[in-house]
Design a protein around this ligand. Structure first.
Ligand code: PLP
Length: 806
């Protein structure tokens, strides 16, 4: 697998590629100077000279003595060695009767390697010290009065030269004045990882005691680094043995890595003297130019973007920004699809649960949305003008794609027409679902179970699609979260969208021309009529009371006319929005004050009367990335109490169901799994089973897609990424060899697809093979699991997704 030459890498604060100069040095050492620097023969002497030449070059560039530098495996190791040494010094002072300095201070925005090392070594050494954070101001710079106030008892102060998330640099001269007002008895560590090559620091002119550096952040391979230790500063080795590095860090040196660092330092020395590009490295002026080009591009593509740091106090290689209404996940996905590799401002791992926050931006006091939505662009000395130009174009493409899929409302800069959406859209937050049902013909929608976290997203969708909101409905009064129904209605009205008023607590409209009633199996129910984009096709949303989970629980049935005889003149229920009555693999709890498990039996039996096995069931929660289940799958689920409820026709079997339900709910309240077989089940609004996670899935091994396509020409190829990501993929033909077209079925719209597939399966008796794709193979795996749960066995996922197959 080769690096895509079109890839735009703007994540240099995470790591960098290895430049040709460093690669050549590695190669030469591996082939010619491969001796052990500790050997006294010729090969050893030559190897040793590589080590010492690198040390000398680094010392010249950093302005320090060569013997003050220790080679390490990276900055994390350097930080451990420094912290351990400082603490050992503290312990020996305490032992000799001086317990005046027992506080370990670190800046609130430090990389986590620093506070973690302080806590770890403090614990290992018997918790003799107290670890405390020093506040930063809104610029991200150390609050000097907080530092001054805490210094009188400090043994060690850890600050950073430049921050990895924001690029904010510290005023080291000002910090030195404050720290040294306490003399040399305070030790000072400056994490210099992100400053190397970007900030001119002459280390022997500032009284820094320890400065760790990392090779892989500056175009050397991973596993390389340096620790500067000021002459006279205490140092205690952690690695002992062969006595390398003057006994301070035993272990045979990573000579190829050291040689690579040597090449980088020699380039840095030349670059410092020149205003021109030197070898792989651009000039400092170019770094500043890149920043202003990228910043302008971001502001024109996302006019409401907010930047985390001021240019005046940050290195010219980092931009950290957030856009109102967009999560970091949205931005990362769309940037990645546009070929730009960037990072979230914080550890970003999932679209379920609370959005992760950045401790750096939180410490700076930025609003939570900025911390949750932060994205970092970082580049470096080896980034080219051409790459920056391509990045600018990609930023505009990403912004347009987000607009056309209604993730954001178009700015004036782009007069995009967004595509009209028709059908069911699923939005998720914290394991809960909000459903939006849209009839595109008359541009009408209903929103079911709105979650407060999704208010902005819902408003954007409605505004962008120019929809009339027929109703904002709840399925019941929720126990685990407050409904944001009235808040959403109020916010919609602020932007000019009036929702029909209702006396009904759960939001069913009172007066609207779309209101009608429908008779199903001899009973009449209130309904809303939708016109879909399919010429003339109608859909109805029907309200059916289904008490049980709570006394006010309602189900909403999404119905259409059958398409084949004998059902074409009958209404069929395509989807059921049932709140917490049913969850994938189990039933909702009935141990709330207003719950009633006998009423739940009647509700389930009524639904069984109205639904068919292929009805897609859309609950209010999706703890397991199931998206939706089906009535048939639930009836045959061995863990679920649905089947016992459906066959509980006499008093005895009903009483048995009620008892069993009570037992299950008690286990849920105690946080225990329902059934010993059902390990991994989650608790909250009801039982869900982890069964889908344990299913064997059909997987195409990475690299195996071309052979699979040749062998299975009838296969349907389906991209499950969101439309804005799909739209940005440019090389489908080279990916699929030109043989297949690709269907886009985003997971947020998967319910529509599941419903169509179940219909097709019912009508045709079998389905053609389908292969699902996404970026990493994670979302396509979820799609295949979800379909397998519904009884579809002809779905395949491509292991490693586009990442390992292009
Ligand atoms: N300190 C800072 C500021 C960093 O950005 C990093 C890496 O992200 C580290 C320390 C750890 O460096 P290494 O990966 O070399 O252990």
């Amino acid at each position: 697998m080769q690096r895509d030459p079109q890839e735009i890498y703007l994540d240099c604060n995470a790591t960098t590629h290895v430049i040709p100069e460093a690669r050549r040095a590695v190669q030469q050492v591996m082939e010619d100077q491969f001796g052990n620097p500790s050997s006294s023969h010729l090969a050893g002497i030559r190897a040793k000279s590589v080590l010492e030449e690198t040390r000398a070059a680094a010392a010249r560039y950093l302005g320090v003595r060569p013997d003050s530098l220790i080679f390490t495996s990276g900055a994390t190791e350097g930080i451990q060695l420094a912290v351990f040494s400082a603490l050992i010094e503290g312990v020996s002072r305490i032992r000799s009767g001086d317990a005046s300095r027992t506080v370990l201070l670190y800046g609130a925005t430090e990389h986590k390697a620093v506070p973690e090392a302080l806590r770890h070594w403090n614990q290992v050494l018997g918790n003799l010290f107290e670890v405390r954070a020093v506040r930063v101001d809104s610029d991200g710079r150390i609050d000097t009065s907080d530092l001054s106030n805490q210094l009188s008892t400090a043994l060690l102060v850890c600050t950073m030269a430049a921050n990895n998330e924001t690029g904010v640099f510290q005023d080291l001269q000002a910090l030195e004045r404050i720290i040294r007002s306490h003399g040399n008895s305070v030790l000072w560590l400056v994490d210099s990882v992100q400053a190397l090559g970007k900030l001119p620091i002459h280390y022997s002119q500032v009284s820094i005691d320890y400065a760790p550096f990392s090779g892989h952040k500056l175009y050397a391979p991973k596993g390389t680094g340096l620790l500067y230790v000021r002459p006279g500063t205490p140092i205690t080795p952690m690695n002992v043995g062969g006595g390398q590095e003057k006994g301070l860090r035993s272990g045979t040196e990573n000579l190829p890595g050291v040689a690579a660092m040597g090449a980088v330092f020699r380039l840095l020395e030349q670059q410092k003297e020149s205003s021109q590009r030197v070898g792989s490295f651009c000039s400092e002026a170019e770094l500043f130019e890149y920043r202003s080009l990228l910043k302008n591009a971001l502001l024109s593509a996302f006019p409401s973007a907010k930047f985390a740091s001021r240019d005046e106090v940050s290195i010219p290689t980092t931009l950290n920004f957030a856009v109102p209404g967009l999560t970091s996940r949205d931005l990362l996905d769309v940037f990645d699809a546009a070929g730009v590799r960037v990072s979230a401002g914080s550890a970003c791992n999932s679209n379920i649960g609370k959005a992760p926050r950045s401790h750096v931006l939180d410490a700076m006091g930025l609003d939570p949305w900025r911390s949750e939505g932060a994205v970092r662009l970082s580049w470096g000395l080896a980034t080219s003008q051409e790459e920056i130009q391509r990045a600018i174009q990609a930023i505009h493409r990403a912004s347009r794609a987000l607009s056309s899929s209604c993730i954001r409302v178009s700015s004036d800069a782009f007069q995009e027409t967004s595509r009209a959406f028709d059908g069911v859209l699923q939005l998720r937050a914290g394991g809960a679902n909000t459903w939006i049902l849209v009839g595109a013909k008359a541009s009408q929608c209903v929103i079911i179970d709105p979650l407060p976290e999704l208010t902005d997203r819902l408003i954007q969708f409605v505004t962008c699609q120019k929809l009339e909101v027929l109703g904002v409905l709840d399925t019941h009064s929720h126990a685990d979260h407050e409904s944001s129904r009235s808040f959403l209605i109020q916010e919609l009205s602020r932007v000019g969208f009036e929702v029909p008023s209702t006396p009904n607590l759960l939001g069913w409209p009172e007066n609207h021309s779309a209101l009608t009633s429908i008779e199903i199996r001899g009973r009449t129910y209130p309904a809303l009529r939708f016109e879909t984009s399919n010429e003339g096709a109608l859909r109805w949303l029907v309200q059916v009371p289904t008490p049980g989970h709570t006394s006010d629980s309602q189900s909403y049935l999404w119905m259409s006319r059958g398409s084949t005889y004998p059902t074409f003149d009958l209404l069929e229920v395509d989807a059921l929005f049932c709140g917490d009555l049913i969850l994938a693999g189990g039933l909702g709890r009935t141990d709330f004050l207003s719950s009633d498990s006998e009423a739940m039996i009647s509700s389930l039996q009524l639904l069984d009367h109205l639904l068919s096995d292929r009805t897609v069931v859309c609950p209010a929660h999706d703890y397991e990335n199931t998206f939706a289940t089906s009535w048939g799958a639930e009836k045959s689920s061995p863990q679920s109490l649905l089947r016992p409820a459906l066959i509980a026709l006499d008093r005895d079997s009903q009483a048995r169901f009620v008892n069993e339900k009570k037992r299950v709910d008690q286990n849920l309240s105690a946080g225990v799994c329902v059934n010993p077989k059902d390990s991994g089940a989650q608790v909250l609004c009801g039982v869900v089973s982890a069964v889908s996670a344990s299913l064997q899935v059909n997987q195409i091994a990475s690299g195996g897609l071309p052979a699979f396509l040749r062998k299975t020409p009838s296969v349907r190829v389906i991209d499950v990424r969101e439309p804005h990501e799909h739209e940005l993929m440019q090389n489908w033909d080279s990916f699929l060899g030109g043989s297949h077209s690709v269907l886009n079925v985003p997971l947020s719209r998967f319910v529509n697809f599941s419903s169509e597939i179940l219909k097709e399966l019912q009508e045709q008796g079998e389905l053609p093979p389908m292969v699902f794709l996404c970026r990493s193979g994670n979302r396509s795996l979820q799609a295949v699991r979800s379909l397998q749960r519904l009884g579809v066995s002809s779905a395949w996922t491509l292991e490693g997704g586009f990442a390992l197959n292009t």
